[in-house]
Design a protein around this ligand. Structure first.
Ligand code: BGC
Length: 759
């Protein structure tokens, strides 16, 4: 055959293959379907509703859900789960709506579905990407077994302010670690394709900068320079997009004075055009309507702004449903804009396989086999133990002996209702393990446990009312604080050691749960002060959804374990750690300040022109009169029952040029008595650049395990990629010069070596 005809044939073949690509097939299908849709039906797809009942995080819940589904006025539903319950609305849509378009079913599956894992801030403290991915995999399996095809997770907002209640739902303050966790979660949820019915559409949120609310007050104003945004706040969202996340949720806050949901720069220019995101964008709960209060116009106006910005789906507010047609008639929006949004929602449904089988996630036999299985619970227990951070351990108070007597005291010592933590929508607290039960399970019969509650969560009755407004998780012991403390002191005197389980009630963190004082409530502190006076060793097990201010506690307790809210297996995991069945290895992913006045406080701050360098009487320096600059516990901090020593940093070379690779190594030795894990952390600092840089940034970490006496050399490979930063004109590049390579056990305690790296 002649060369030209061969080429022609190859071309034809290629065309044919192209016509058959999954994407082309999908486009043909959706174009055909949209050809049959009326404008009302298209707008109907943009409507996401919740029947309420399970959870509502705003004042509104959707009305007339059934009638609207039949009329083709609903694209998806969230807040219901269980295949039998989900089947009904899906049948309504598929059998009763004119075009039989199936619905999406979403839910906030944040740290596990019915098997509840630790709160995300706790999960991030494991620094264990494989297990983090597995937690999302299990969550996806349970969620899909329960009829869901969409999860509103991962939440990847960088949080530098522990007053903000939703720091509990985040991976903390660091963009590098946050980005890796975002990717791991998406791999866990979405798998490699939606072919398997145990994979689920993920939704990264809250795009963008939601964690930077002024004064840590939820829903508050955000105002931030572009350079800070790109360097510190945007990377985890970008990582999620790069990992192929199928949907994005816009945030409540404003960015450059335009709320995210109507921010065209954010949703179209950056997300879609610059980052290449092709999936669907959904608003947060009534975020369109809230733009009326933001001051952007009436419902018709703000709905049109949201659509024009590139937002596809309206959560609960029905602004799209009730106003877009009129805006179209008035020429304020275009048919193309509606079509585009509708197409993206239909594409999500298509990719999930819902047009092939709308009931593919509705297998009524799955829940019994796949939800809350012994394996899932075992994984939850292990993950919870791994999330714990040992903050203090004087005189090796921990681990506890499996003999003698323990005074088990505190509002969280025998509480079941607060074990799961915020945002456990489907989790059932009745199935959680209490600390008292965990200790009984693990300690064995030689340990005598003497229990006293000792204190309520708080004595502030108004606060209790507010905490109990949604789900009544705070029980109140009617006895006076004095009587309760007296009983606890008596119990403590009869025991060898005190384990006080104190901290926050679950509802003291999470959405709309910001605090201006992030200490342990005063009445619990009074309890601790009285216990301290007994002279018995005092172990604090802390539960909280945020970093706490623990200065007094650190000065007075013998040991402190931050256990966050551990989920379904919380009590067992705490006992595993207290008795040394697991040697804690968690590291903080958010700085613990000394007091609230230090906030915002984070490890990757700038140097300033007048850094304080430790000379006490040096007046004109950037510092406080009444508190040191450094935090109580820095980012990356966490102890072990064993100890580790670090050698000096060894570099493969000290001068480099261009695209070379530097190898930086340390030898870490287990110098204590227990086998233990250590997160070896790499930070890089770039002291001279065309813009001011932070004092250091996390650029790598490795989690290793060492037996007593064992040493390991840990090597990091560093390329110019890790030296890059955003310049004033938002170019992402590196500049030659000196760099300091820092490797250590936390962000403050590092070994340092210097290199010259020319461009
Ligand atoms: C929260 C979101 C959540 C949504 C749906 C909102 O109030 O901000 O994170 O996904 O409610 O429950």
């Amino acid at each position: 055959m002649k060369k030209t005809s061969l080429l022609l044939l190859a071309g034809l073949f290629q065309l044919q293959v192209q016509a058959q690509t999954p994407e082309a097939k999908m486009n043909t299908f959706i174009t055909k379907l949209m050809g049959q849709m009326t404008i009302d039906e298209k707008i109907g797809q943009l409507n996401l509703v919740t029947p309420g009942g399970f959870t509502a995080t705003g004042a509104t819940v959707s009305q007339n859900v059934e009638a609207n589904i039949k009329a083709g006025k609903v694209g998806g539903l969230f807040g219901i789960y269980d295949p039998t319950l989900v089947r009904k609305p899906q049948e309504l849509a598929v059998k009763n709506s004119r075009l039989h378009i199936p619905l999406l079913f979403g839910l906030d599956v944040i740290h596990g579905h019915k098997t509840s894992f630790p709160i995300p801030l706790g999960i991030s403290s494991t620094w264990d990407l494989e297990r983090i991915e597995k937690s999302a995999r299990i969550a996806a399996t349970e969620a899909t077994a329960d009829g869901l095809n969409w999860v509103f997770s991962p939440m990847v907002d960088i949080a530098r302010d522990p007053r903000w209640g939703r720091i509990s739902e985040s991976s903390g303050e660091d963009p590098y670690l946050g980005s890796l966790i975002a990717k791991a979660m998406i791999r866990g949820y979405q798998g490699t394709s939606f072919k398997e019915t145990n994979t689920v559409l993920a939704c990264v949120k809250h795009f963008a900068l939601y964690g930077a609310a002024e004064a840590g007050r939820d829903y508050n104003t955000v105002d931030m320079s572009r350079i800070k945004m790109f360097e510190y706040y945007l990377p985890p969202y970008k990582a999620a997009i790069d990992a192929g996340v199928g949907s994005v949720m816009t945030s409540f806050n404003e960015i450059d004075a335009v709320p995210a949901t109507a921010n065209k720069w954010l949703v179209t220019d950056l997300l879609r055009n610059q980052w290449g995101f092709k999936g669907l964008v959904v608003t947060d709960y009534t975020a369109i309507n809230e733009m009326i209060a933001h001051g952007l116009g009436d419902l018709k106006q703000v709905s049109a702004l949201a659509l024009k910005a590139g937002t596809d789906m309206d959560m609960v507010g029905e602004g799209f449903l009730t106003t877009l047609k009129q805006s179209l008639n008035e020429g304020k929006i275009t048919q193309k804009e509606i079509d585009q949004a509708c197409r993206r929602i239909l594409e999500a449904k298509y990719k999930l396989g819902l047009f092939d089988d709308p009931y593919r996630y509705l297998d009524e036999s799955r829940p019994a086999k796949e939800i809350l299985t012994p394996e899932n619970r075992a994984f939850a227990r292990d993950l919870a133990a791994r999330s714990h951070v040992l903050l203090k351990n004087s005189n090796q108070t921990l681990p506890l002996k499996k003999s003698g007597s323990i005074a088990l005291i505190g509002p969280l010592a025998d509480d079941r209702k607060n074990m799961l933590g915020t945002w456990n929508i489907a989790g059932d607290w009745k199935k959680a393990v209490t600390v008292a039960e965990g200790i009984k399970n693990v300690a064995g019969s030689d340990v005598k446990i003497n229990y006293a509650k000792g204190a309520n969560f708080t004595t502030d009755t108004l606060l209790i009312q507010r905490l109990n407004a949604q789900n009544g998780l705070v029980d109140v012991d009617p006895r006076s604080p004095e009587v309760m403390i007296e009983e606890a002191v008596k119990v403590a005197r009869q025991s060898d050691v005190i384990v006080a389980v104190v901290g926050e009630a679950q509802e003291m963190s999470g959405e709309a749960s910001s605090r201006s004082d992030i200490g342990i409530p005063e009445n619990q502190k009074d309890l601790l002060k009285a216990l301290k006076k007994t002279g018995k060793p005092l172990v604090l097990v802390l539960m909280s959804g945020r970093p706490l201010t623990l200065t007094w506690e650190n000065d007075n307790a013998d040991a402190m374990l931050e256990a966050w809210f551990g989920g379904s297996e919380s009590g067992n995991a705490i006992a595993d750690v207290l008795f040394g069945n697991y040697n804690p290895a968690g590291k903080l992913t958010a700085t613990f300040p000394r007091n609230v006045g230090q906030i915002p406080i984070y490890y990757n701050h700038k140097n300033t022109g007048r850094p304080y360098e430790g000379v006490l009487l040096d007046k004109f320096k950037s510092r406080y009169l009444d508190v040191p600059n450094d935090p109580l516990f820095p980012f990356g901090y966490g102890l072990s029952y064993t100890t580790f020593s670090y050698s000096e940093v060894k570099l493969s070379q000290t001068t480099l040029k261009g695209n070379q690779t530097l190898q930086a190594s340390v030898t870490v030795k287990n110098t204590g008595k227990y086998t233990g894990e250590e997160v070896v952390q790499l930070y890089i600092s770039d002291p001279v650049a065309s813009v001011t840089r932070s004092v250091k940034d996390l650029k790598g970490f490795q989690k290793i395990s060492l037996k007593p006496g064992e040493s390991k050399e840990v090597t990091f490979r560093i390329t110019p990629e890790q030296l890059k930063f955003y310049t004033t004109d938002l170019k992402y590049d590196w500049e030659g010069g000196e760099f300091s390579i820092q490797i250590g056990t936390n962000s403050s305690d590092v070994q340092t070596a210097k290199v010259q790296w020319a461009k």
